[in-house]
Design a protein around this ligand. Structure first.
Ligand code: ME8
Length: 508
């Protein structure tokens, strides 16, 4: 059995979860669920990034200890995962002892190997923002923007990790592994970054400036800074789980591909003698109503509240259907409602309700056998086989938006088949041939619905389960078997009705 280890980025806890966080988890969940359906032994990790200046500052501003602050916000992220039906196997927090230990061991090892050295760091520092500034932060006239407050040039000792000596190795590695970054065009971006000499990476902050971090094991006056702490989480989670490292995919946003995930991380691992991850999947960014999301301007979607109002699976469906993995997308309520009504309520919802209604009306609620399949049935079956094969291979290539489009085209075709057979007309005739065709059409629409539904399970697990339930169907243990056109439902008693996608209450 193949193992498949997949992770999301770990989210900063200095604010509540937003739509970008929700998307990344849903996308990773769809991949994890799909790999499970394909028979892989999956380990799916998500979690939160709890250290750093921002958390320390926000907690201080609220007058509570940083750990308490992290506990609160982390719970919101966990709640979001539960609400969105995310099937993660683990949830890691960088303040956990298991993580601190792995980070410290790794730092000590690299220090002992001579990969980490101490040096002076000189630069302009904003005390208000508590950050080092770069030349590009200056106003065009050379002054510093207001938001930085007083800016002073300071010199500080810090620890540095020798990135540079692994630059050539990484370039070779990327050239040998053309699939290291998905989508492929982003791999070019990494190589471009590597065409300039790398600077060694500053990995510490003195304790008097930043307390909220993991102390360096070889100098307790310093804590690790940002990436050396955060990236290691992926390794921490499976350190005691043989067979899962290297990770198959780290799913991340495009903003943290270069340099952290595509440069720092493989080099950190290489230096420590650990295999780099097999691949990185970099997704695009969501804007909302055409602009950057921002809590202060109200251009913001609260994923939990949204899922409560419109349905978890409707949100999951929209996120996966709307965005082509790798590209950016815009989230607007109008576009969400358009898809909700046309695709979920009218197309899929209608197919479910017609199937139930007609089976109840014409067959006492029991799905009959397809005794007289004709041309229309054969056509639908052929359409199914094509759809299934396409969808499986599209999913393997992360083309979930097209896979959903194909699945819904098959649902449209099934509704078209029902129009063509018009069981409501056949039901008025007592002729044996019409009755046989009526039973055949009821059996065929139910079978087509069962099959289409089997393709939806990774994206809409709750809805898919409900549809199986109203069809009185228990899916096969092996997903591939479930995808074979047959007479799986003959004799099943169906439910009276199903409410899957109630009309949304408001368009505001
Ligand atoms: O970067 N659309 O945390 P984070 C899509 N802690 N994705 C978005 C997004 C948007 N508008 N905004 C953010 C961090 N994301 C670090 C990661 S990993 C070892 C450490 C994505 O909370 C973003 O690209 O700022 C990232 O992958 C994830 O949300 C967490 O972002």
């Amino acid at each position: 059995m193949n193992t498949f280890y997949i992770t999301t980025a770990i989210d900063y806890v200095n604010g509540s979860p937003h739509l970008g966080h929700a998307y990344e988890k849903v996308l990773t969940d769809v991949i994890a669920r799909f790999r499970r359906l394909m028979g892989d032994r999956v380990f799916f990790l998500t979690g939160v990034d709890e250290h750093g200046q921002k958390v320390q500052q926000t907690a201080r501003a609220r007058g509570i200890p940083p750990q308490q602050f992290c506990d609160e916000i982390s719970q919101e992220f966990r709640d979001m995962c539960a609400k969105l039906d995310i099937s993660n196997d683990d949830f890691i927090r960088t303040t956990e002892p298991r993580h601190k230990k792995v980070v410290r061991d790794l730092l000590q090892q690299l220090f002992d190997q001579g990969e980490i050295y101490k040096a002076e760091y000189k630069g302009f520092y904003s005390t208000r923002q508590e950050q080092f500034l770069q030349e590009k932060d200056r106003n065009p006239d050379g002054t510093w923007p207001e938001i930085f407050g007083e800016v002073t040039e300071i010199t500080e000792s810090n620890y540095f990790f020798k990135l540079r000596q692994y630059q050539d190795w990484l370039i070779e590695h990327l050239k040998k592994n053309e699939d290291f970054v998905f989508p492929r065009y982003r791999q070019k971006q990494v190589l471009e970054f590597l065409s300039e000499p790398l600077n060694d990476l500053c990995i510490s902050r003195p304790k008097e400036r930043l307390e909220w971090g993991i102390p360096l094991p070889f100098d307790e006056e310093f804590v690790t800074y940002v990436w050396f702490d955060a990236l290691v989480n992926y390794y921490t989670a499976v350190v005691d789980k043989p067979g899962f490292w290297p990770a198959n995919f780290h799913v991340i946003g495009k903003d943290i591909l270069v340099p952290p995930h595509a440069v720092y991380w493989p080099i950190m691992l290489k230096a420590a003698g650990i295999e780099p991850p097999r691949s990185l999947l970099a997704h695009g960014w969501w804007s909302i109503n055409g602009s950057k999301m921002s809590k202060s301007t109200g251009n913001f979607v609260e994923p939990i509240a949204f899922a409560e109002q419109y349905g978890v699976d409707a949100l999951r469906y929209f996120l996966i259907r709307e965005m082509s993995v790798g590209q950016d997308s815009d989230f607007s309520l109008q576009q969400f409602l358009a898809r909700y009504n046309a695709e979920l309520a009218n197309n899929l919802g209608n197919l479910v309700n017609r199937t139930l209604n007609m089976t109840n009306r014409f067959a006492a609620g029991v799905i009959p056998a397809a005794e007289a399949p004709g041309e229309a049935e054969r056509e639908l079956q052929t359409a199914w086989e094509k759809t299934r094969d396409e969808v499986v291979s599209l999913n393997e290539g992360f083309q979930f938006h097209i896979a959903l489009e194909r699945t819904f085209a098959f649902i449209t075709a099934t509704n078209g088949y029902i129009e063509k057979r018009a069981p409501w007309k056949l039901g008025k005739s007592a002729a044996p041939a019409d009755q046989a065709l009526l039973r055949t059409s009821l059996a065929t629409m139910a079978e087509a619905l069962r099959l289409a539904n089997a393709l939806l399970v990774a994206v809409m697990p709750g809805t898919s389960g409900k549809i199986n339930a109203v069809l009185g169907h228990r899916p096969a243990a092996v997903w591939r078997d479930e995808l074979v056109w047959g007479a799986r439902l003959t004799g099943n008693k169906v439910a009276e009705t199903a409410i899957l996608f109630p009309r949304p209450q408001t368009t505001k």
